[in-house]
Ligand binder design. Structure first.
Ligand SMILES: [Zn+2]
Length: 93
């Protein structure tokens, strides 16, 4: 089965507005970066959200066997919009 594109799947998804690294609030219109992983049951699921300043730009600690993605987006009233993938780590098998 082909997996949906993470950018498409995460566009419009609801997120918290607190940066997971500096605990500052992300405001509507701010850029944000989010990390997500793919689950067979739940599809693409966001695990972390960072403000533009704290954001990771690459997946540094790859999880074995996991399909992971970093997306850049605009935070807009509780949701991520204009989502684009900036890094991806797919299972090697
Ligand atoms: Zn931050």
């Amino acid at each position: 089965m082909t997996r949906p594109s993470p950018a498409a799947a995460l566009n419009g998804v609801q997120v918290g507005h607190i940066c997971d690294r500096c605990n500052r609030g992300i405001r509507t219109g701010d850029k944000a970066v989010a990390y997500g992983t793919y689950y067979e049951r739940g599809g693409w699921t966001l695990r972390r959200v960072w403000c533009d300043e704290c954001a990771d730009r690459a997946i540094s600690n790859e999880t074995d066997g996991a399909d992971e993605v970093l997306v850049e987006a605009v935070y807009w009233q509780g949701k991520l919009v204009s989502v684009t993938a900036i890094a991806r780590s797919r299972p090697s098998n």
